[in-house]
Design a protein around this ligand. Structure first.
Ligand code: SF4
Ligand code: SF4
Length: 160
């Protein structure tokens, strides 16, 4: 059996939890899943191994690096096997920011502002079980060198 890496464990924490207790996709028609062939979700370092032979999406290289590695995007068809959705989909619309002293802090993903109707009500409007699981997942990811470098660089890139 594969070793349970921080990435495995972070994904597992958010297997069944969603931003609201009810299906938030009903509010917006699943807006965050309505990308096109050019739109994808960033994969965490090492997450590509979950998508070998995947039949609901494909991996494409992004034209930039994060955390010192070439970034990879997962481009889906707008539907997926929920149990196998990427971690970025599981965490959306949350984001990990870092203060000037490097302290991590959970916040709403700035990239969700134009897409997600939950953005305006902020973290307080989300299910507390979801927020707690995301916090725990980010804690695990920060213990992994490659994932921590990725998260810090992602914050930097989204703050430019
Ligand atoms: S855009 Fe926001 S409200 Fe809509 S499905 Fe995605 S997370 Fe839920
Ligand atoms: S992989 Fe699934 S959850 Fe993620 S954007 Fe595609 S359909 Fe939505």
């Amino acid at each position: 059996m594969d070793e349970m890496t921080p990435l495995h464990r972070a994904r597992a924490l958010l297997d069944s939890l969603t931003p609201l207790k009810t299906d938030c996709g009903r509010l917006c028609g699943g807006a965050c899943c309505a990308g096109d062939e050019q739109t994808g979700m960033l994969l965490f370092p090492g997450e590509e191994r979950f998508y070998d032979g995947c039949d609901f999406g494909r991996i494409v290289p992004a034209n930039f690096s994060l955390g010192g590695r070439p970034a990879l995007l997962f481009v889906c068809r707008g539907r997926c096997e929920r149990a196998n959705r990427p971690l970025a989909c599981r965490l959306f619309p949350l984001f990990l920011a870092f203060g000037k002293d490097g302290t991590p802090r959970l916040r709403m993903d700035p990239r969700s502002a134009d897409v997600c109707p939950l953005y305006g009500s902020g973290i307080a409007g989300l299910s507390s079980a979801f927020v707690d699981a995301a916090n725990e997942a980010y804690g695990l990811l920060l213990d992994d060198e490659a994932c921590a470098a990725y998260l810090r660089d992602l914050h930097r890139a989204c703050s430019l």
